[in-house]
Design a binder for this molecule. Structure first.
Ligand code: KG4
Ligand code: ZN
Length: 356
C-alpha cells in the first residue's frame, strides 16, 4: 500500500510517500522556523498563510522524489489534530480535495499517534505492551500501549510542554527559536552542576510532568544574577552553565516519571519520540533506564523526531489496513485527543489511572 502523508499541524509543511507503512519513498519538510524566529515562537496567522503557499509545491516534490504518480497512490493520510486550527485546516482541506479529485480513500490521523509511529522506520517491530514518552513543543505525555492502536494516557504535563520550556528559556536568554537544538549545543560547553534547579514534585504523588516551575526558576536566576541575554550570537560562560544546568534538570524531570511508570507497568518496549527526542542527553538517559530494566528503547532517527509527514503516513497506513477511513465531513480538530482505552485487566486498572 502506497500512502501519501500530509502534515501541517504547526510550523512545518510536510509531505511524504510511504510504502507499506514502513518504507519511506520520499519525505519533504518545509520549515517555517526562520519566519517565526523574530517572534521567539510560532505566530499562528503567519503559519497558516505559509502552509497555503507551500502545501502544493511540497506535495508535488514528495511525489516527484518518490517517482510515484497520483494514480499510484492508494490513499492519503493527513494530520487532523491536535495543533493550530488554521494550520491544520490547510492540510485537511488539501487532502480532502485531492482525495476527492483522484477518487482515493483518505484518513485523518492524530499527530501524537504519528509521533508514536515515527519509530517504525528505523527499529525492529515494537513489542507490546509498550510505554511511549511523547515529548515535543506542544506535548509531554506518557502512553501505555497494550497493543498496536490502543492508548492509555498514564502521565501528562500539568502545565508547559518540555519543548516549550526549552523554547521559552532560549527566548529569555536571547538565543533564538526553536530553543531546543540551540540550548543543547550551548550546553555542551557548560557545567550542568553549576546551578541547582528544582525537579518538580507533584504533591498528589502522581508521576506527572511539570515545567513551569523550572521556567520560573530560570527566570528568577536570570534576574537575581543579572544575566545579560546573548547579543549577536556571543554567549558567555554564565549562559553556557545556565543552559547545561537547565537541560540536565529538564531531562531528569522527563526521565524520573518514565522510569517510575516503566517499573510499574513492565512494558516490553520503551518509545521516546517527538521533537525533544532529538536531544542526545534525553536519549542517553532513556537508554540507561532501558538498560536497567532490560527492555529495548526505540527512538526515531533524528530527522523523524521533529514534525514530518512520513510518521503520519505510517500511522494512517496502520488504520487504513484495518479498514478505517474518514469521510468528507471530517474536519480539523485542534484539541484532538488520542483514544483513551479502558483497561480491562484488573491489576493494570489499579496501576493506570483514568485520565481524560
Ligand atoms: O515535534 P515537534 O517538531 O513539534 C511539535 O509537535 O511540537 O517539536 C518541536 C520542539 C521544539 O519545542 C524544540 O525546541 C524541541 O522540539 N527540540 C528540542 C531539540 N530539538 C528540537 N528540544 C531539546 N533538545 C533538542 N535537541
Ligand atoms: Zn509534533
Amino acid at each position: 500500500m502506497i500512502v501519501l502523508g500530509i502534515e501541517t499541524s504547526c510550523d512545518e509543511t510536510a509531505a511524504a510517500v510511504v510504502f507499506d507503512g514502513s518504507q519511506i519513498l520520499s519525505s519533504v519538510i518545509s520549515s517555517q522556523a526562520e519566519l517565526h524566529k523574530p517572534y521567539g515562537g510560532v505566530v499562528p496567522e503567519i503559519a497558516s498563510r505559509e502552509h497555503l503557499e507551500k502545501i502544493e509545491p511540497v506535495v508535488n516534490e514528495a511525489l516527484l522524489k518518490a517517482k510515484v504518480s497520483l494514480k499510484e497512490i492508494d490513499a492519503i493520510a493527513v494530520t487532523q489534530g491536535p495543533g493550530l486550527v488554521g494550520s491544520l485546516l490547510v492540510g485537511v482541506c488539501f487532502a480532502k480535495s485531492l482525495a476527492f479529485a483522484i477518487n482515493k480513500p483518505f484518513i485523518g490521523v492524530n499527530h501524537i499517534e504519528g509521533h508514536i509511529f515515527s519509530v517504525v522506520f528505523d527499529n525492529p517491530p515494537v513489542q507490546y505492551p509498550a510505554l511511549a514518552l511523547i515529548v515535543s513543543g506542544g506535548h509531554t505525555n506518557l502512553f501505555f500501549i497494550p497493543e498496536a492502536g490502543k492508548y492509555k494516557l498514564v502521565a501528562r504535563t500539568r502545565d508547559d510542554a518540555a519543548g516549550e520550556a526549552f523554547d521559552k528559556v532560549a527566548k529569555m536568554l536571547g538565543l533564538g527559536y526553536p530553543g531546543g537544538p540551540i540550548i543543547e549545543k550551548i550546553a555542551k560547553e557548560g557545567n550542568p552542576k553549576k546551578i541547582k534547579f528544582p525537579i518538580p514534585k507533584i504533591t498528589d504523588g502522581k508521576p506527572d510532568f511539570s515545567f513551569s516551575g523550572l521556567k520560573t526558576a530560570v527566570s528568577r536566576y536570570i534576574r537575581q544574577e543579572g544575566v545579560e541575554p546573548a547579543k549577536d550570537g556571543s554567549v558567555n560562560q554564565q549562559i553556557k552553565d545556565l543552559c547545561a544546568s537547565f537541560q540536565l534538570t529538564a531531562i531528569r524531570s522527563l526521565i524520573l516519571p518514565m522510569e517510575k511508570l516503566a517499573r510499574e507497568l513492565k512494558p516490553k518496549t520503551l518509545i521516546v519520540a517527538g521533537g525533544v527526542a532529538c536531544n542526545m542527553l534525553l536519549r542517553t538517559e532513556a537508554a540507561k533506564v532501558a538498560e536497567k530494566l532490560k527492555v529495548p528503547v526505540y527512538f526515531p532517527s533524528r530527522h523523524l523526531s521533529t514534525d514530518n509527514a512520513a510518521m503520519i503516513a505510517a500511522a494512517g497506513t496502520f488504520h487504513l489496513k484495518r479498514g478505517e477511513k474518514s469521510d468528507l465531513l471530517m474536519t480539523a480538530d485542534p484539541m484532538m485527543r488520542l483514544q483513551n482505552i479502558e483497561v480491562d485487566d484488573e491489576k493494570l486498572r489499579k496501576k493506570v489511572r483514568y485520565r481524560l
